[in-house]
Design a protein around this ligand. Structure first.
Ligand SMILES: [Zn+2]
Length: 200
């Protein structure tokens, strides 16, 4: 059941034109870089990062399939692009990306999260995806951008909020492998989310 609750105004803060709405869903699924650059002027505090070559074409495909699969299981999903308004109270949040590197084939899959409350979720996804993904899996939070992803501050996810980099698409071998597997990879992410949120 999804609902819209208006956050209580904090007495000490200056009056704002509108209180921040808190949106409640089971899961938030965001497609990295989707909607840019058109959305960039509306979110001047976000870096207008357009992603690796080809990334912006793939992240919505993956996010849509994850969303379809979860909704088919009766799970309430907020499907968001890269830039969105509001604050989300959910069980799990995933921000879908593919990595790109100036030194092709120097990275692979990776996971980003901001605090220890998401480390069990990261471990579960690593266990599941590393059995399937035949290339390198980088250490968690191997870049600052992974740990301090801008959208983490717009979500509270009880079971975990993760940036999921599904592979390095600037690496021809990884790109080719991923290109024919976007659906099974997406369905694996959906399975991961179902397992994650079923734990409580
Ligand atoms: Zn990205």
């Amino acid at each position: 059941m999804m609902g819209l609750i208006m956050a209580a105004l904090v007495a000490t803060s200056p009056p704002s034109p509108q209180p921040t709405p808190i949106e409640q869903y089971d899961v938030l699924v965001s497609a990295g870089h989707e909607g840019r650059p058109a959305s960039c002027p509306h979110f001047p505090k976000h870096k207008c990062n357009l992603g690796a070559a080809g990334e912006r074409q793939w992240t919505p495909v993956v996010a849509d399939e994850i969303t379809r699969s979860l909704r088919a299981s009766g799970i309430a999903v907020a499907r968001e692009p890269a830039d969105f308004n509001g604050f989300f109270e959910v069980k799990a949040a995933v921000f879908i990306h593919f990595d790109g590197s100036d030194r092709p084939c120097s990275t692979g899959a990776s996971i980003g999260y901001h605090d220890a409350g998401s480390s069990a979720a990261a471990q579960l996804w690593r266990d599941m995806y590393s059995r399937y993904f035949p290339f390198t899996f980088m250490p968690d939070n191997f870049t600052v951008n992974l740990r301090d992803y801008y959208a983490f501050r717009q979500v509270h996810a009880a079971d975990g909020a993760l940036v999921i980099e599904l592979g390095e698409i600037s690496c021809p071998a990884q790109r080719e492998w991923l290109s024919t597997r976007l659906k099974p990879v997406s369905d694996l992410v959906a399975d991961f989310i179902r397992r994650l949120i079923a734990k409580r």
